[in-house]
Design a protein around this ligand. Structure first.
Ligand code: FE2
Ligand code: FE2
Length: 185
């Protein structure tokens, strides 16, 4: 769990030097206008969607690396797992937002195919099933489970961050400590 939390913290200050190759596998995709535009949307209260997908993608990438799984596929799919261009709390754009939890994996998969035509079946499945167990179908791959669980882990931390002053202060200290340790290395 400690490594998981360290990876989560690192995701807030990712650079080429500390990313363990993350940007090599997601590079142009991550910096595309479409993915970068996600920073305008709130995802979990104080955390925007770009930061959320960065955290999920990096945590899933590192977990898959440690487990000897396809880390590149997990990183790419996770970078696009919430690729939808609207605020799901916006009541004015249609009542289907009420079913957002069920529907957005489909929208994300459609947008991912458009943005990244080389998307594999496995990556598409990871995106489509990341809301498991809310959407009942199990992910088809081990990488899919890792992304789905990383999503929940990051979402939980993001919600706690947004609602607990104490957690926020501790998180700021931990970020600083990890940044300082990286500078020493
Ligand atoms: Fe999602
Ligand atoms: Fe998500």
């Amino acid at each position: 769990m400690r490594e998981l939390y360290q990876d989560y913290c690192t995701a807030y200050q990712l650079t080429n030097d500390n990313s363990h190759g993350f940007f090599d596998v997601v590079g142009p995709l991550y910096y595309s206008e479409e993915v970068q535009s996600l920073q305008q949307y709130e995802q979990h209260l104080e955390i925007n969607r770009l930061q959320h997908i960065t955290s999920v993608a990096y945590v899933a990438y590192r977990v898959c690396q440690r487990l000897g799984l396809d880390a590149a596929a997990a990183a790419r799919a996770a970078t696009m797992h919430d690729l939808f261009y609207y605020d799901w709390r916006d009541g004015e754009t249609g009542r289907w937002h009420k079913l957002h939890g069920y529907k957005h994996p489909h929208y994300a998969a459609m947008n991912a195919k458009e943005l990244y035509p080389a998307l594999t079946k496995k990556e598409e499945d990871i995106i489509r099933r990341h809301m498991w167990p809310l959407t009942l179908r199990l992910p088809n791959s081990r990488e899919g489970f890792v992304v789905s669980l990383s999503d929940k882990y990051c979402a939980a931390r993001e919600l706690i961050f947004s609602t607990s002053k104490r957690y926020k202060e501790r998180f700021a200290r931990d970020l600083k400590a990890i940044g300082t340790a990286a500078e020493r290395d």
